[in-house]
Design a protein around this ligand. Structure first.
Ligand code: ATP
Ligand code: MG
Length: 184
């Protein structure tokens, strides 16, 4: 199954992002139920490896996170692929991501080398931008680049399943692992 580890966002933050998306009508909007922070993209994995990872995650402990979103950016190198809200750099988040990375690899799932740049994807762009779209994106970055969310608590890590459908990905929560608590 195609999976990733990530973080869900609390309702007040989803509401704020929803309003921000209303203000920035560029690209294909990511629906509210799909907004998340990816920690580790696992890709397609056999059930046995996911079960091994699940067992390891059930034993895993890490402190609860307090995060903030700050600023917008376009990602995708030369041609913009996505518009994102950035997560304010946070040592606990970086540490969590790197621990999870090791745990995933110890469970037998290979991960490509990649820099961790935590973000929430708000909109996706087609491979070739429509006329005028570049300007609208630049205007949005200027106008809303100073956006900041309130600080919010993240009480758990989520293992998501992702099914790619013609009109976009559909995510399902496969399991959640509490942060800041002793595993039961
Ligand atoms: P779609 O691929 O249809 O645009 P999606 O990107 O939301 O939808 P997935 O491709 O399953 O769905 O990705 C799930 C999450 O993992 C997303 O946050 C995506 O940005 C991230 N992701 C996907 N591929 C990678 C990758 N190769 N490296 C890092 N993160 C990835
Ligand atoms: Mg994708």
């Amino acid at each position: 199954m195609r999976c990733f580890l990530g973080l869900c966002l609390p309702d007040p933050i989803l509401d704020q992002l929803d309003r921000l998306q209303d203000e920035i009508p560029v690209g294909r909007r990511v629906p509210s139920e799909n907004l998340h922070i990816t920690l580790s993209f696992l890709d397609d994995q056999p059930d046995e490896l996911l079960e091994a990872l699940h067992q390891a995650l059930c034993q895993f402990r890490a402190p609860q996170l307090r995060l903030e979103l700050r600023g917008l950016r376009v990602m995708g190198g030369k041609s913009p692929r996505v518009l994102c809200a950035e997560v304010t750099p946070d040592a606990s988040l970086s540490q969590l991501q790197s621990c999870l990375r090791s745990l995933v690899q110890v469970s037998g799932i290979a991960l490509p080398r990649a820099r961790f740049r935590p973000h929430v994807t708000l909109a996706r762009f087609a491979p070739r931008l429509q006329p005028g779209q570049q300007q609208r994106i630049e205007k949005a970055l200027l106008q809303y680049g100073g956006f900041t969310s309130p600080v919010f608590a993240v009480p758990e890590i989520t293992l998501f399943g992702s099914t790619l459908l013609p009109d976009g990905a559909r995510y399902e929560v496969l399991a959640q692992y509490p942060l800041g608590a002793e595993p039961s």
